[in-house]
Ligand binder design. Structure first.
Ligand code: NAD
Ligand code: ZN
Length: 254
């Protein structure tokens, strides 16, 4: 278990304090401690539903009723989940002016629930459903209560307004994320396996613009030995809490 006196944590906190102007890039790993399983690493519902079989636009277009079996379970999980100390710690860092924004690959809405104001949803969210035929949009909660699979007034089965594998990134999110990545002085990369493109290219953009890259992940990723300057090998909840505390009140004994 890491402790604030750990050299790496101290170095990370000092970097954040000295440079400020940080951005966080988060992935499924940050929500694991809220009970939402990531694709890689700790399993759960993804043992039952292979993302490559269920979470692709091809699968949805071919058999939307089958894909809704997985989506219903995912949306139910999201509605029960609450932000953990990592989400809350990032929101606090934003309030204190250390963090300028969060770029998230997640679609669970937990950053906003924690109080983060500037959240760029790279892969959309599960709050809204969209009709791929007439582009009508509906709030998920209301429509899902009417029955599964939820249908548009035109009769077509609705799709959550999130990015399935094979779909493009919403252009405004892509543009905003790139701007933030290039502008920041520190990039906190939290709970992402860095295997899903183009989100996995964001750290390189920051690095090329001179940012310090701090990775928080209990495992190594392709970033660890390439672009990451510091790797805090801890769960997000513990690591962000320690960092946030250390930035706020540096241990005078150091
Ligand atoms: P991933 O599933 O590919 O990788 C998860 C990473 O998180 C792994 O590297 C793992 O070591 C790490 N991890 C596990 N537990 C952790 C913890 N407690 N603290 C910190 N790190 C931890 O996730 P990805 O890179 O985000 O790519 C998967 C794609 O699927 C993304 O688009 C993702 O957002 C989406 N997805 C979203 C959710 C969600 O919205 N909560 C859940 C599953 C998948
Ligand atoms: Zn329609």
């Amino acid at each position: 278990m890491a402790h604030p006196t750990d050299r790496l944590f101290r170095e990370a906190a000092e970097t954040l304090r000295a440079r400020g102007n940080a951005v966080a890039l988060t992935g499924a790993g940050i929500s694991v401690e809220s009970g939402i399983p990531a694709f890689r690493g700790i399993q759960g519902m993804w043992e039952k539903y292979d993302p490559m079989e269920y979470a692709t636009i091809g699968a949805f277009l071919q058999d939307p009723e089958k894909v809704w079996g997985m989506l219903k379970e995912m949306v139910d999980l999201f509605s029960r989940a609450v932000p953990n100390s990592a989400h809350l710690g990032l929101a606090e860092m934003e309030r204190r002016g250390v963090l300028r924004s969060v770029i998230t690959q997640n679609v669970d809405g937990l950053h906003q629930a924690a109080g983060s104001r500037r959240v760029i949803e790279f892969h959309g969210n599960a709050e809204e459903l969209i009709c791929l035929s007439c582009w009508n949009r509906y709030p998920s909660r209301v429509k899902i209560r009417e029955g599964i699979p939820p249908r548009c007034a035109c009769g077509k089965i609705l799709k959550p307004n999130l990015v399935l594998f094979g779909e493009p990134i919403p252009w405004d999110a892509q543009e905003e994320a790139e701007t933030e990545a290039k502008r920041c002085s520190v990039l906190l990369v939290i709970g992402t396996s860095a295997q899903v493109a183009p989100a996995c290219d964001i750290p390189l953009l920051s690095k090329r613009s001179g940012a310090v890259i701090i990775e928080i992940n209990p495992e190594e990723t392709p970033l660890t030995k390439s672009v990451a300057d510091l790797h805090l090998r801890e769960k997000a909840g513990v690591a962000v809490t320690l960092l946030e505390r250390e930035i706020r009140t540096p241990d005078p004994s150091h």
